[in-house]
Every structure is written in C-alpha cells, then in structure tokens.
Design a protein around this ligand. Structure first.
Ligand code: NDP
Length: 295
C-alpha cells in the first residue's frame, strides 16, 4: 500500500515513523527538505521534493501541519497535493484543523474522486512515539473504515465523531478544556504560593482530590513544580486550537464565556512568550501577573 506523509513536525515525525514497514511503502515530504531526507535515510523510505511528487500514485495521503491554512496551501498550487493526487485515493488530515476548511478541502477532493477525513490526534509526542494516540475522525463510515488500518499504526482509540469537520470540532473543544485546565490550575497554585503554602504538597493534595485534571496530574509536577518546560506542544498551536473552539461556539450561537476567555488568555500568552514557547509555559504569564513563582 503506497502511503504519503506530509509534515514531519514534533508529532508528525513519530507518527510517520510507524508507517515505515510492510505492507506500507512510504514517501515522506516536509517543507524543510533536510528533515524529510534525514527521515527517509533513517527509515529506508522515499522522500519527495514536492507535495505533488509525494502523493503521486499514493492510495493514502496523510497531512499533519500546524493548521488548516497550511493544509490548504500544501493542497493548492502548481506543486501541491491537488496536482499529483490520484483518483480513488483517500486523504487523511491529522492536523488539528477547523471544520469549515476541512469541508472546503473535502469538496475540492470529491471533484477528483478522492475521499477525505479529518483525523486530528491527541496523546502528545509520547503517545505518538508509543503508537497510542486517540484519533478523532470526521467523515463517512466507509472512509474511516478504509483509513483504519493506517490509523491503527499510530492510534489506539480511533473514533468516528460524525461527518467531515466533526473530528476537528471535537479536537478544538478538547483543546479548549486543556487550556482552561492549565490556566485554572496555574491560578490556583499561584494563589497558594502567595499564601506561603508549599505548592508541591498542594499539587499532591489536588491530584488526590476532585480538582485534579490530566494537566495537574501529568504536566504540572514535572513542568511547573519541577521548572522543566520541554517543548513538546507549542503554545502557538494551543492558541490556534482554542481560537477555533471559540469560533465554532460563536458560529453556532452558543454562549461559551470560558472558551472565549481561554482564547483571549492564550492569545495574550502566545504574544508575550513567542512562537517557540511550550503550551505549559503559559503558566509563566500567570506568575508574572501575580508577581509570584509557583515553585
Ligand atoms: P510543529 O510546529 O512541530 O511542526 C509543523 C509541521 O508543519 C512541520 O513539518 C513544518 O515544516 C510544517 N509546516 C509549517 N508551516 C508550513 C507551511 N506553510 N507549509 C508547509 N509545511 C509547513 O507542529 P506539531 O507537529 O506539533 O503539530 C502538527 C499538528 O498536530 C498541529 O495541528 C497540532 O496542533 C497537532 N498536534 C500536536 C501535538 C503535539 O504534542 N505536538 C499533539 C496533538 C496534536 P518545517 O519542518 O519546515 O517547519
């Protein structure tokens, strides 16, 4: 089975790493060619110079790019996916994208007799390396069933959320919850630090109590208390995700003040901390504003 993978970023690279053995014949493409070359050499697979070359003759095309805007860019143009993709192929977009653009791309592909599913993932770089990602899919049952053998290479929980765009919508709302959890846990610990409470003890208590979250359990001990902020998932990407969530709420006339506030706070944090900051570093903005360091 010929598969093309486009976008060897922090999570794309380990995902693609699961697609390098039989019966899959992989071709990788990345904007910075040296990354694709190094990946191809390491895994003894092919790399291509352009998206069009990568997808030529591929039955399955996977994209994993920052946002739907880049997916549309890589799709279009003289050397884009559109000019190389074969009739009968399926495109799986693992980008955390927005439903409106996914529907637009799906409609363009349908004219070429190519199926599309949005299939954003969750589980972080660790989950990608372990092959245990959650994959939330939007598209027809038949398309998702067709994609499943490939998705199973890096995904453990593969779920159809609804029609095209539904995977993106579920992912955006998950990310809004992640943002709310990070910010609220940061605020709680900043207040406790100001009170003079040992925040390591406080976090341990919270993690044994009803205020705990995945963020407080799996991110805060190492990163906030331990002051190690490994760059696994960019703050810029979380900002993008929460903005999508807020837009979906607005477009559908649902009052969502928490999501709106999270979108504003993470946009501010992104502006303050820059493009390379990790998402958990947003806590540094809370600390700065409170005039206190949590640990
Ligand atoms: P990175 O920023 O690490 O990588 C982005 C990738 O997109 C790189 O391959 C980059 O190429 C490429 N790219 C950026 N801009 C363009 C462009 N204009 N045209 C073509 N290629 C481009 O992102 P991640 O791998 O972390 O994230 C990818 C997607 O997965 C995002 O939607 C993110 O929200 C989602 N995600 C990420 C998780 C994580 O833990 N990292 C977890 C779950 C979802 P180049 O190498 O040239 O810069």
């Amino acid at each position: 089975m010929k598969v093309a993978f486009l976008g060897l970023g922090a999570i794309g690279e380990p995902m693609a790493g699961h697609l390098t053995s039989d019966p899959i014949e992989l071709t990788a493409w990345n904007r910075s060619h040296e990354k694709a070359g190094a990946f191809a050499a390491k895994h003894s697979v092919d790399s291509a110079a352009t998206p069009a070359d990568a997808v030529r003759n591929a039955e399955v095309v996977i994209t994993c790019l920052p946002s739907s805007r880049e997916v549309m860019e890589v799709y279009s143009g003289e050397t884009g996916i559109a000019s190389g993709i074969s009739k009968g192929a399926i495109m799986i977009d693992c980008t955390s994208g927005d439903p409106a653009t996914s529907k637009e791309i799906a409609a363009l592909l349908a004219k070429k007799d190519v199926e599309f599913i949005d299939a954003p993932v969750s589980g972080g770089v660790k989950g990608a390396i372990a092959g245990t990602l959650t994959v939330m899919c939007g598209g027809s049952e038949a398309s998702i069933d067709r994609a499943r053998p490939v998705l199973e290479r890096f995904g453990k929980k593969i779920v159809r959320c609804g029609e095209i765009g539904a995977g993106d919508a579920v992912k955006a709302m998950n990310q809004a919850l992640l943002a709310v959890h990070i910010w609220s846990a940061g605020e709680a610990l900043a207040v406790l630090a100001r009170l003079g409470v040992d925040t390591r003890i406080a976090l341990d208590v919270i993690n044994g109590s009803s205020g705990r979250s995945n963020s407080s359990e799996n991110l805060f001990t190492e990163r906030v208390i331990g002051r190690a902020f490994p760059r696994t998932f960019k703050l810029a990407l979380l900002d993008k995700d929460v903005a999508i969530a807020a837009e979906i709420a607005r477009d559908n006339a649902v009052s969502a003040p928490f999501v709106e506030l999270a979108a504003r706070l993470f946009s501010e944090a992104h502006e303050i901390l820059g493009e390379e900051a990790d998402h958990v570093e947003a806590v540094k903005v809370i600390e700065e504003r409170a005039g206190v360091q949590i640990s």
